[in-house]
Structures are given as C-alpha cells and as structure tokens.
Design a protein around this ligand. Structure first.
Ligand code: NI
Ligand code: MN
Length: 225
C-alpha cells in the first residue's frame, strides 16, 4: 500500500492496483499548488464528511475519471444527483471492494455541505487490504468508540487529525493511538490555515516521549506499507 499526502486531509492511496483518493481538497489549498487535480487518477473517492475542506474537488475529479464515491448515504446521494456514481455506507457497515474491505466508523464532528445542506453523519474509514490495514479517522474528536477498532482489526497505520480547534489535537491523538492500539501515526489536518497551525517539532517530540511515531509527510511525499 502506497499512501501519498496531498495536503490537509487529502490522501492518494494505491492498493491492489486500484487508486483511492480520500477527501480531495487541493485546488482550494494554496500549499498544495504543486498538485494538479486535472491529472490525478482515481478509481474510488472516499469522503469522510461533507465539509468543503474535504469535498471541494470531488465533483471535478469524479466527473473526469469516473471514480466512484464511497461515503455515507447522504453524501453519496448528493453526488448521485450530480450524475456521479457511488457506494453508500453507514456507520458500522463494511463492504468488500476489489481492493479490500472498507468499514465506515464513527467520528465525532459535524457534516454539512457548503450550502448548509445536510451531509449525513461524519465518519472515518478502516481499510483492510490483503497485507496491511489502516484507519483514516477523518475530522474527529477523541472518542471511546476508537477502542472498538482493534477488536476487529490489527492496524499497521492510523491517520489522525492533529491540528486541534476543529478536531483532536496532539495530546488527544496520542490517546487515540492508544485506543486504536497502533503506535505508528500519520498526522494530517494541520497547518493548512490559521486555526490549525501547530508546532510540528513539539508534536513529534510528544509522540516519541510516549514511545510512538508521528509521521508527517510533505505535500506530494509518500510512505509505503
Ligand atoms: Ni470538518
Ligand atoms: Mn476539516
């Protein structure tokens, strides 16, 4: 599994010869200006919730690539009305896709589209591939529900928001790492705009003091599992 950071909460994941995009917010992020949404490939676009900083480029990319949207029922229905195909899910449900199994799990947050229409309830994704499993938390507070994840899935990587203000901050992300029983964390949802700017050196230090690894990728940089 190859995971490329596209800035903010946007990820590009190559798994079993398929390409997944997660929460594409690229054209509205000046820090991601090196990423061209016109050339991004995608078989699936996974969407955690309807906020603009997670869905901005979904329509353009889905219409160009024919990628299928995977999200909660309300978000998938929204994109259906725009002529985009999707796979609707809801909390606690899993589906076996051609690249692996996806489970839509709880997140504590809100979910509305830019026009204030209802975006269902926000979530995160547990993706179980043939060889590796990851958790993409989406925008969320620390929640005890995270403890349910390791009861079913041994994670190789947890992707957690660390920017605070709208989501967990660093201290809560360290507790989340305990809850999901995964000491290897990829941090996201930080530094994109003023409210979520953090001291990344201090963040890494805090994780390492807790015998955990906080990975932070440059935009366009990737890691492999
Ligand atoms: Ni949000
Ligand atoms: Mn967000």
């Amino acid at each position: 599994m190859k995971i490329t950071f596209l800035g903010h909460a946007s990820l590009h994941i190559e798994i079993e010869n398929k390409t997944l995009l997660v929460d594409p917010f690229i054209s509205g992020n000046p820090k991601a200006s090196a990423i061209n949404i016109e050339t991004l490939q995608a078989d699936y676009i996974l969407i955690t919730h309807a906020h603009q900083d997670h869905v901005l480029d979904v329509e353009a990319i889905a219409k160009r690539t024919g990628a299928k949207v995977v999200s909660n029922y309300e978000i998938v229905t929204h994109y259906n009305t725009l002529g985009i195909e999707g796979h609707p899910m809801n909390h606690g449900g899993s589906w076996q896709f051609d690249f692996g199994t996806v489970k839509y799990v709880n997140a504590i947050h809100t979910s509305s589209f830019a026009d204030n229409s209802y975006g269902g309830q926000p979530g995160g994704f547990v993706i179980e591939g043939k060889e590796h499993s990851i958790y993409i938390a989406g925008d969320t507070a620390l929640t005890y529900d995270m403890k349910l994840i390791p009861l079913r899935t041994k994670l190789d990587l947890a992707i957690l928001p660390i920017g605070d203000n709208f989501t967990m901050g660093v201290e809560d992300a360290i507790l989340a790492s305990n809850f999901v029983e995964c000491d290897r964390i990829l941090g996201y949802h930080f530094d994109t705009f003023g409210y979520i700017e953090i001291d990344t050196t201090a963040a890494k230090q805090k994780f390492s003091e807790n015998n955990k690894e906080l990975l932070l990728l440059e935009i366009g940089e990737h890691l492999e599992l």
